[in-house]
Design a binder for this molecule. Structure first.
Ligand SMILES: [Zn+2]
Ligand SMILES: [Zn+2]
Ligand SMILES: [Zn+2]
Ligand SMILES: [Zn+2]
Ligand SMILES: [Zn+2]
Ligand SMILES: [Zn+2]
Length: 627
């Protein structure tokens, strides 16, 4: 090749295997070499590095691609440097470097070899001790890499509790303070449960001991303590006394014993005194109180006993006699001068009143003052509220004045008092016919009667129940004694139990029975004498005229039946088994005339004067039949 005119060519590079011969400044090889300042033969070198395994040596073989004769072998200079240091457990890496120079060129290479040994961990050990609740162990830490692990475990110690017992209130309570010896922050306070027991009993003279036991639970453990205190007061002697009295209270033995110890005590003969507790009365014995006393060991003992030993003297009665009065019994009163005890005896019946009446008539018979006075006690007196009635006793005739009978009657204390007074005060009549009156539906001739009806059922019933007879007493104002009608037992039994009334009438100057001095009419209504009979007593107070006698006839129309009346004890008496009209008639003594007529009492004056026939309830008596 030729470079022609290339003035800027300074350096000429020619491959080593070129056939050209260039020399500097030569023109034979061409002008190029002439013009350049330098000629450079260029090899195509390459190097091969042959390392030893350990990197310590390396042979550098340099060869030229153009000419295998070009090149060389160099023993390179090897240096080393740590590329990666070793760790505790990983080897480190060394980088080996080789270099050499040939033909103006530097050659170098490097090789990494893992040839720095790992030293292993360098552990530093730290021991952690166990606590009450945590395990103990050893900690290993590598001072190089801080690698760490733990081992060598030791069990937790557990608390080491100890109790401090604080007693209060005479050992009645206790606070238990629990502290762990390993750690004062462990523990707590609890109230213990305190029990006690007498461990040394008190005696009469020495104090006893109580032992107090406390238990407390904490963290599953039981803590106990005890404390003994001599806190039981000595008992003292419990003396009591037994008193053994003699029956009469004169002596007493006192036995003193101690309830706590039978060896303590004594027996004393007590000193006995006496006093009257309750004096004797007339009938009750008195009581003496006996007192005993004694002293032992600073104490006084006493007792008492009552003995009923004071004799009773008996009553000292003083007698007083109280006389009977009209209404009160008499009796003897006995009063004890000591105690005023009293009783009465020796009773005497009451005297009863002895009443009698005085009649103070006015001259005309229109009024009468009736005064009742008791003969026993004149303070018992009364003026009766008496009523005067009148009736014609003797009719006036054309030739003479008539007689009016005035009657007074009053009742006092169950008795009827009657009196009458005749006054001839009826003027003489013009000649006239007979009068007729009627009463109770029946016709009477010239009636001077009051018709009295008395209901006597209860009397007959009572008599029948009591097996009694009945006596009906009929007071009159002109007789001292009443008309009496007596029913015998058989009659009472026949009549009793019925609704019975008795009607009684007294008729004088009867125009129906013209010759009768008086007619007594008795009507029993409501029952009949089916059996038995009645006895009629009519009182009389005068004597019959000479040559006359008194007869009683049962009148039935024109028939007359002699009732065979008799005289007895001041009464004209007859019996009947039925009631009707009975005429009392004055008759001539029979012609045989043996003289008894003059002795026969006349009823005329007695009965003829009766104006009022009363059947008063109070005058009816029931007579108890004799056994
Ligand atoms: Zn070469
Ligand atoms: Zn390490
Ligand atoms: Zn602890
Ligand atoms: Zn004692
Ligand atoms: Zn007495
Ligand atoms: Zn009297």
């Amino acid at each position: 090749m030729a470079f022609y005119g290339c003035k800027n060519l300074i350096s000429l590079k020619i491959a080593c295997n070129s056939v050209l011969n260039y020399e500097l400044g030569s023109t034979s090889n061409g002008y190029v070499s002439y013009y350049v300042s330098e000629i450079v033969t260029e090899h195509i070198y390459s190097a091969a590095y042959a390392w030893s395994d350990d990197g310590k040596t390396c042979t550098i073989t340099i060869t030229c691609a153009n000419d295998k004769d070009h090149g060389t072998v160099i023993n390179g200079t090897v240096t080393s440097a740590v590329k990666t240091p070793a760790t505790c457990t990983e080897m480190g890496i060394t980088t080996y470097s080789v270099s050499g120079t040939y033909d103006g060129f530097d050659y170098s290479d490097s090789k990494d070899v893992t040839d720095i040994p790992a030293p292993g961990h360098k552990y530093v050990d730290t021991v952690t001790a166990p606590t009450c609740t945590e395990r103990g162990y050893t900690t290993h830490v590598c001072s190089e890499c801080q690698d760490t692990y733990t081992d060598t475990y030791v069990d937790a110690l557990g608390h080491d509790y100890h109790a401090d017992f604080v007693w209060y209130d005479d050992c009645k309570s206790c606070t238990v303070n629990i502290v762990c010896s390993r750690d004062v922050s462990h523990g707590g306070s609890v109230a213990g449960t305190v029990n006690s027991k007498v461990t040394v009993p008190a005696t009469c003279e020495t104090a006893g001991t109580t032992t107090y036991y406390v238990t407390a639970e904490f963290d599953g453990k039981t803590f106990e303590d005890s404390k003994s205190v001599q806190d039981i007061t000595a008992l003292g002697h419990a003396y009591s006394a037994a008193y053994a009295w003699s029956d009469d209270g004169k002596t007493c033995t006192i036995t003193i014993t101690c309830a706590n110890d039978k060896d303590h005590g004594t027996v004393i003969n007590g000193t006995v005194t006496s006093a009257v507790k309750t004096p004797a009365t007339c009938t009750e014995m008195g009581i003496t109180t006996y007192s005993v006393s004694g002293t032992y060991d600073g104490f006084d003992y006493s007792d008492s006993k009552d003995v009923t030993d004071i004799p009773a003297p008996g009553h000292k009665y003083v007698d007083t006699v109280t006389a009977p009065t009209c209404t009160e019994r008499g009796y003897t009163t006995h009063v004890c001068s000591e105690c005023q005890d009293t009783y009465t005896d020796t009773y005497v019946d009451a005297l009863g009143h002895e009443y009698s009446a005085t009649y103070e008539w006015s001259a005309d018979g229109k009024s009468c003052k009736v005064v009742i006075i008791c003969a026993v006690d004149s303070a018992h007196s009364a003026t009766l509220d008496a009523v005067v009635t009148s009736s014609v006793k003797v009719d006036a005739t054309t030739s003479s004045m008539g007689v009016t009978s005035y009657s007074v009657s009053g009742t006092y204390d169950g008795f009827t008092y009657s009196d009458s007074k005749d006054v001839r005060d009826i003027p003489a009549l013009e000649p006239a016919s007979e009068e007729k009156e009627s009463a109770s539906g029946k016709t009477y001739g010239n009636t001077v009667t009051e018709n009295v009806t008395t209901e006597v059922s209860s009397i007959f019933n009572t008599a029948k129940d009591n097996n009694a007879s009945v006596e009906v007493s009929v007071p009159t104002s002109s007789t001292e004694s009443p008309v009496i009608i007596t029913f015998d037992d058989a009659a009472v039994k026949a009549i009793g139990g019925n609704d019975v009334t008795i009607t009684a009438n007294l008729v004088s100057n009867s125009t129906l029975i013209s010759d009768a001095e008086v007619v007594l009419e008795v009507i029993l209504d409501g029952a009949k004498f089916s059996d038995g009979k009645a006895t009629v007593h009519i009182p009389y107070s005068d004597t019959v005229p000479a040559g006359k006698t008194v007869k009683v006839y049962f009148v039935n129309g024109s028939d007359r039946t002699d009732m065979n009346a008799t005289l007895s004890d001041g009464y004209i008496v007859f019996e009947t088994n039925h009631f009707s009209s009975y005429a009392v008639v004055l008759e001539d003594v029979p012609s045989d005339g043996n003289g008894n007529g003059s002795e026969f009492p006349i009823m005329y004056a007695a009965i003829g004067a009766i104006a009022v026939l009363a059947l008063a309830g109070g005058a009816i008596v029931v007579k108890k039949r004799k056994a």
